[in-house]
Design a protein. Structure first.
Length: 397
């Protein structure tokens, strides 16, 4: 059951904060109903390496190592780190900047701790010392453990030697909440520049993205990128725009069957998806997807991304792109070939037992949208992380 956050009597600032909280926990990448996840993730990693759709705020990249530092030397470091991470929830909830708080709804009963959510990003950007592969290794690191050869070995910690110092009294009294200090933000920016050079991520670490942009190809700062990221951004937009039509048509077919079956919990979906497909046709024409060279995407996947796309998925993308070109971006909603194509793709991807189309039992569970959103390659999460860093760089402290 979805949770609701409501208020009856609140200031405009309080309402703004509530809307931001709702946004953080609802704006996730589309579900992979048509089997495009392998390509989506490869492009996301190419644009924004080391990220995921679970990220919320940049300061977690510091909170986690600070919690582990406090736990170091305890009789049971794992239990101690767990306790410190859970204590953060109450401390951050009492701050004046808590949007994006992991555990906002479940509190200290949160099952997946920030260290689990952020570990890949922590490693990718050198927050840990190179060679520390897992959370367990960081927790089990001995204070007398040495690194280096016999002549230069030194005792150290599993964390970067330049990691900013934790605030006094951490993890209590976090009045700043998720707001980075200027030094913390500068350190995180430098980690991105060092570990992800030549990517859109590093470009945006130096040029602030727009907080309202809906996708990187609609962001003025992102569009100023040069070099190899420019080509990948073009491919990302073409792939997203092209395949969004398939997702919308799939949901139109679901809506039609849903209504025909007599289900009534979702209303007006057929008209909504027909209107969405008309809008998509205009957007696709503006993006000139008819000129998209799909082979350039496959060359990048095999080369720079080192990803071998499943042949059946590659055929799906190739054939859908060709179908869109051949029917001229008009009348997609009623194109018989397109409809048959999408039906067959769902069945091939999920199997007849799990496919919704033609399956009354599965169709009854439809809630009005199944992967209908356009792919934006983790943009909402990455944009928030980068804005946190830029806010910190521009702060007075």
């Amino acid at each position: 059951m979805s949770s609701l956050i409501a208020w009856l009597d609140a200031s405009s600032e309080e309402q703004r904060r509530m809307r931001e909280i709702v946004h953080f926990f609802t704006d996730r990448e589309s579900r992979d109903e048509l089997g495009l996840g392998q390509i989506r993730d490869a492009i996301s990693d190419g644009l924004f390496p080391g990220t995921s759709t679970l990220l919320t705020r940049a300061r977690y990249l510091l909170f986690v190592p600070w919690c582990f530092q406090l736990a170091a030397g305890k009789v049971d470091p794992a239990t101690a780190a767990d306790k410190f991470e859970r204590r953060l929830i109450d401390e951050l909830r009492d701050s004046d900047d808590f949007a994006g708080l992991l555990g906002l709804q479940r509190g200290t009963a949160l099952k997946t701790l920030p260290s689990v959510v952020y570990w890949t990003t922590i490693r990718a950007y050198g927050v840990t010392r190179d060679g520390v592969a897992s959370r367990d290794e960081a927790l089990e690191w001995r204070s007398d453990q040495a690194v280096g050869d016999d002549d230069t070995a030194t005792t150290t910690s599993p964390w970067s030697s330049t990691l900013p110092a934790m605030p006094e009294g951490f993890p209590t009294n976090l009045t700043r909440g998720f707001r980075l200090t200027r030094d913390e933000a500068g350190w995180l920016r430098d980690r991105i520049l060092e570990r992800a050079p030549g990517t859109l991520m590093s470009h945006l670490a130096e040029q602030r993205p727009d907080s309202a942009s809906s996708a990187p190809w609609f962001d003025e700062a992102a569009l100023r990128v040069t070099g190899e990221p420019t080509a990948l951004l073009h491919q990302a937009r073409a792939f997203s725009t092209t395949m969004h039509g398939a997702a919308l048509l799939y949901n139109l077919l679901l809506a039609e069957e849903y209504e025909a079956a007599g289900f009534t919990s979702v209303t007006g979906a057929v008209d909504d998806y027909r209107a969405a497909l008309l809008s998509w046709e205009e957007q696709a024409a503006a993006a000139r997807i008819a000129d998209w060279r799909v082979d350039e995407l496959w060359n990048w996947m095999a080369g720079a991304a080192h990803v071998h796309v499943v042949p059946r998925t590659r055929r799906f993308v190739d054939e859908w792109a060709q179908l869109v070109r051949s029917q001229g971006l008009r009348g997609t909603a009623d194109d018989a070939d397109a409809r048959t194509f999408i039906r067959e793709r769902e069945r091939a991807h999920k199997g007849s037992g799990q496919a919704r189309l033609g399956n009354r039992e599965r169709l009854a569970l439809w809630q009005g949208s199944s992967g209908a959103g356009a792919l934006v390659f983790r943009w909402p999460q990455v944009r928030r992380i980068l804005i946190d860093i830029h806010d910190g760089l521009e702060s007075d402290a």
